[in-house]
Design a protein around this ligand. Sequence first.
Ligand SMILES: Cc1cc2nc3c(=O)[nH]c(=O)nc-3n(C[C@H](O)[C@H](O)[C@H](O)COP(=O)(O)O)c2cc1C
Length: 147
Amino acid sequence: MNPIVIYSTHRNNTEKIALAIAQAANCKSIKLTKDFDTSSISLDEYDLIFFGTGIRGGEPYVELLNFIKEANLGNGKQFLLFMTWAGGGASNKLAYERIRCSLDVKAQHLDADYFICLGQTFGFTRRGRPNEADMADAKKWAVGKLK
Ligand SMILES: Cc1cc2nc3c(=O)[nH]c(=O)nc-3n(C[C@H](O)[C@H](O)[C@H](O)COP(=O)(O)O)c2cc1C
């Protein structure tokens, strides 16, 4: 398998998980910034794509949605999702669904087994998350997907 990690982060929580996964999978990671040029990368050589995002108002980040919309996703790749959140209601399910649908539009399938952990928000809320245990869990999850 040839994996890659592609993620969007606003406050670096998702980045911590992204880098942990990239380390565990021994692969490249790409951060989707606001003005990211989707045409600057080709997914041709990759067959396992780990997408990462935080959650904002029950939505995944627009940078990731835009990437999925614009990118040439090819055929026969496996798509996986990891997220960080504040534990807000069903926003994990809403965000997962949103990514699943955006891939569905492009005739791609999102694996149902996503990874999620808490991420620090304002002030003391979820302070210190993701922590070492979260990163270890993410690595374990990712390595399990490489088999
Ligand atoms: C404006 C705003 C809206 C948010 N909305 C949600 C939400 O709907 N559900 C949730 O669980 N967390 C929510 N969060 C928390 C973030 O998803 C969480 O802090 C996440 O780890 C941020 O990831 P990042 O640091 O990679 O950007 C929100 C945070 C902010 C700042």
